[in-house]
Write a protein that binds this ligand. Sequence first.
Ligand SMILES: [Zn+2]
Length: 63
Amino acid sequence: MSVAEKIKTVQVQDEFRTCLVCGYDMGFQTSVVRAGAAVRVILICPECGARFDIGWTVNLPKE
Ligand SMILES: [Zn+2]
């Protein structure tokens, strides 16, 4: 199973701070996944490790 297949896509409403898998509600840790020239910022539940993609993409400075 690839990295992308295990990441759940989420549409953020007013706030996204509660894990949809385990209910932990104190927010998320982050990871970045390379997406061409940019990176996707992935949210990781610190309680159960579930990963969520809210469509957050960041451009990094060129070296
Ligand atoms: Zn969780």
